[in-house]
Design a binder for this molecule. Structure first.
Ligand code: ZN
Ligand code: ZN
Length: 776
């Protein structure tokens, strides 16, 4: 085995070598290089209130002194102020809650602490850290679905530091609160780790689980202090307040030390266009997968240990295979030094790969984000990030894998062909400047609030005072639940009248997920949420599962089952749908002369009516086949803007071009929304029209794709000027002529991306931005 312990190249030289392949091309793929300098840590003295035993235990673990941000957050918590610490990866957020929590446990021998994490792996990791401290009487324990029954009783009675997750709180601890009465009565701190992961519908549910927790604790006489840890984001205090329902103070000034990183933004070049293509094809960029494979190849040839993050499992396999192939062509056998890595691998396989990478036996690894959580891999020379991973938190977590102690590292973000990635590589300030993306959730969603109020009522009758806890919308919803015969009013409150507990899934807004089953074997391949099932699982649809292709034979909506068989056709399928939207009410609006901006409730009717089969490779349309699926109704929250036809004409948009201009603006707007809200473009829908019955004007609607809304449209409304300016920039700065996937084309368009007018979309947005006040 040949071991490589260090590379001869620093990040600048390595980047130079990666660029060598593109020497001579007209446009450099590197759109920006950011040198993130090393940062000296700013330590602070241990707070005077720190229990000596706790301090000694931490010092024994090698923590000579805390950092300033840890002390700031810990001191606020100690004083009883709810606090969120929003700092970078590996900035030591654990210490910020361990200090006040463990000090309190040491001085008050009865006090208890509840810790919530989104994953079992993280809770297990935290448990190991607490056990290592070896403090007397803390008795930390994880409590999750895997905890054996015989241990649960002991944990309830003796543990003073309980590590669990929101699902366990929801399904077990809160319904059985009477058995937890002693623990709850003594509850001093609630720690919510990685709180930015509680977003959208799931986050809205968790917000109410936390309100139920606060109510249960109050019943037993406790009002714990909440300490939250978050990745850096826009408005961490606001998000934490929404999540807990409490005023929360944010600490964001990161005082931990950091190694220097050279961060390059990389846009794959446009492919040459062919004159004879069947349809008028837009220019296409080289795929991010291919580009990443080439960069990984060059990095391995240069002898640098490099990790490539790829969003999908299949993508990671493809990058590894392409890289191995080109390495073997260059030097037979060199391909063996590259591997793929994903979450589904067995533990032994994963450990073997990690060891091989650390020893230098492996030089290149293509991985899904399985490495993001819980695996310790240090000493990499470079990280390639194939496609923006969706949030800045993930981006920095992945980039943070590069760098050895004291050394410099290289990180490269390779843009995919979509509006957000394209925007980011041309707007480095959105990557490296002040974050604007906020963790978004909407506890007022009636489809979340209703079921959660039922849960609360089944735990203890709801009182008038309780309703305030659950928010302004709660009173109205309780009335509805009474009318529906789910709750009953008695003098002492509202009662849940059924025998069993309400069945509430924290990740859903009603409707069973559709099971995808292979007919020949009966094997369950996966599930698809009901909202996407018509698009993804219509009869004839090609469904990909872990890189294997299946074709849907039958979609049984009644039983929520799709039957599929394995088949590798040489076409892909694209559902076409028709959408109708009506405005139910307007919650808020801005009247800006020729432009109106609105937030409100809408009813969306969507019907998947046909699908196209397109040849793999050329994208040529083979045929369009009709489908017989029922229309679906969705009541949700939308943001929309209207523009007067006169203003559009004055800006140079011909009336015949209204539909294409608005449609293009809608697509790009949806593509850019994840910049300001932690959502996926698949969480959102849109509709544009040159004239709408309810608005009587050219209108673009963007709505939450979940019943009742998830907070995305609301965030878009609240930051409309910023969002639409980014949208305008994304379209205007795209080098394509008439629209491409990087700007105004959408992979999920139900109209086959027709009509689209890129140039006029910019004019529409200029009119809107010119009229809207800056403060929108
Ligand atoms: Zn374009
Ligand atoms: Zn469309």
């Amino acid at each position: 085995m040949q071991c490589v312990t260090s590379t001869a190249f620093g990040p600048a030289e390595l980047l130079h070598r990666l660029r060598a392949r593109t020497t001579g091309t007209a446009v450099s793929p590197v759109t920006h290089i950011e040198r993130v300098p090393a940062r000296e840590g700013r330590p602070a003295p241990w707070p005077s209130w720190t229990d000596p035993a706790v301090r000694d235990a931490l010092v024994a673990q090698g923590i000579a002194a805390p950092w300033e941000h840890q002390v700031a957050a810990a001191t606020l918590a100690r004083e009883g102020t709810h606090v969120v610490l929003a700092t970078g990866t590996a900035s030591g957020k654990s210490l910020a809650y361990q200090l006040p929590a463990l000090s309190t446990l040491a001085t008050d021998p009865k006090a208890t602490v509840l810790y919530l994490s989104p994953t079992k792996a993280l809770a297990a990791d935290q448990l190991r850290g607490l056990v290592r401290l070896g403090l007397d009487g803390v008795r930390p324990a994880t409590y999750d679905g895997d905890t054996p029954r015989e241990e649960r009783e002991w944990i309830r009675q003796h543990s003073r530091f309980l590590l669990t997750n929101p699902d366990m709180l929801h399904h077990s601890l809160l319904p059985g609160h009477s058995r937890w009465g002693v623990f709850l009565r003594r509850l001093r701190y609630v720690v919510i780790d990685e709180c930015h992961t509680y977003r959208g519908v799931f986050g809205s549910h968790v917000a109410h689980v936390l309100r139920r927790l606060r109510r249960a604790a109050a019943r037993y006489g406790a009002s714990p202090t909440f300490v939250l840890a978050s990745a850096t984001s826009g408005d961490p205090a606001g998000s934490a307040s929404r999540l807990t329902g409490l005023p929360v103070t944010a600490v964001t000034d990161d005082a931990s030390p950091r190694g220097a990183v050279t961060f390059a933004l990389w846009e794959p070049p446009l492919l040459p266009t062919f004159e004879d293509s069947a349809e008028e094809a837009p220019p296409i960029r080289r795929s991010a997968l291919r580009e990443t494979a080439d960069l990984l190849t060059d990095a391995v040839v240069a002898g640098t240990r490099t990790l490539a993050f790829v969003r999908s499992r299949r993508g990671a396999e493809v990058v590894a295979a392409l890289t191995r192939q080109s390495l073997d062509e260059a030097v037979p056998g060199l391909g063996d030094r590259v591997a793929a890595y994903r979450a589904g691998y067995l533990r032994e396989d994963r450990r073997a790969i990690e060891r091989a990478l650390l020893s230098g036996e492996l030089l290149g690894l293509a991985s899904t984000n399985a490495l993001e959580l819980g695996v310790d891999l240090a000493g990499l020379d470079a990280v390639l990030i194939c496609g923006y991973p969706g949030t800045r938190a993930s981006l920095w977590q992945q980039a943070g894998r590069a760098g050895r102690a004291g050394g410099e590292a290289l990180a490269v973000l390779v843009a995919r062909d979509d509006p957000l990635d394209t925007y980011l590589v041309h707007h480095p300030e959105a990557v490296f400047g002040r974050p604007v993306e906020a963790t978004v959730l909407d506890p007022a969603n009636p489809y979340v609030l209703g079921p959660q109020l039922c849960c609360a009522a089944s735990e203890a009758p709801l009182t008038d005072a309780d309703l305030a806890l659950f928010g302004d919308a709660a009173a109205g919803i309780v009335q509805r639940l009474v009318a529906e015969g789910v709750l009953r009013r008695r003098p002492s409150g509202w009662y849940w009248i059924h025998r069993g507990r309400p069945e509430v899934d924290l990740r859903g807004t009603g409707g069973a997920p559709v099971a995808v089953v292979e007919s020949s074997t009966g094997r369950l391949l996966g599930t698809v949420d009901p909202g996407s099932s018509h698009v993804m699982l219509h009869p004839g649809a090609v469904y990909l599962h872990q890189g294997v292709s299946f074709v849907v034979d039958d979609l049984d909506l009644e039983d929520a089952i799709a039957l599929v068989h394995q088949e590798e056709p040489d076409w892909t399928t694209h559902a076409r749908d028709v959408t109708d939207l009506s405005v139910v009410n307007v919650r808020s609006y801005v009247d800006a002369g020729p432009v109106g901006l609105f937030l409100g409730e809408v009813d969306v009717t969507n019907q998947v009516v046909s699908y196209q089969r397109r040849r793999i490779g050329s994208g040529q349309v083979i045929d369009t086949r009709p489908l017989d699926l029922p229309a679906r109704e969705l009541r949700t929250v939308a943001v929309w803007f209207t523009v007067s036809p006169q203003a559009l004409v004055a800006a140079g948009v011909e009336p015949s071009e209204f539909p294409g201009a608005l449609h293009a603006a809608e697509h790009a707007g949806i593509g850019l929304l994840p910049l300001i809200a932690t959502c996926d473009r698949w969480d959102i829908g849109g509709l544009s029209t040159a004239g709408h019955a309810d608005t009587e004007a050219p209108t673009v609607f963007v709505y939450d794709g979940h019943p009742g809304g998830a907070g995305f449209a609301e965030r878009a409304y609240g930051t409309a000027a910023e969002w639409l300016r980014a949208t305008r920039e994304a379209i205007a700065s795209c080098v394509c002529e008439a629209g491409c996937p990087s700007c105004v084309q959408s992979p999920k368009c139900g109209n086959g991306n027709n009509p689209l007018n890129k140039e006029d979309a910019v004019k529409v947005l200029d009119v809107v931005l010119g009229a809207l006040p800056e403060t929108c």
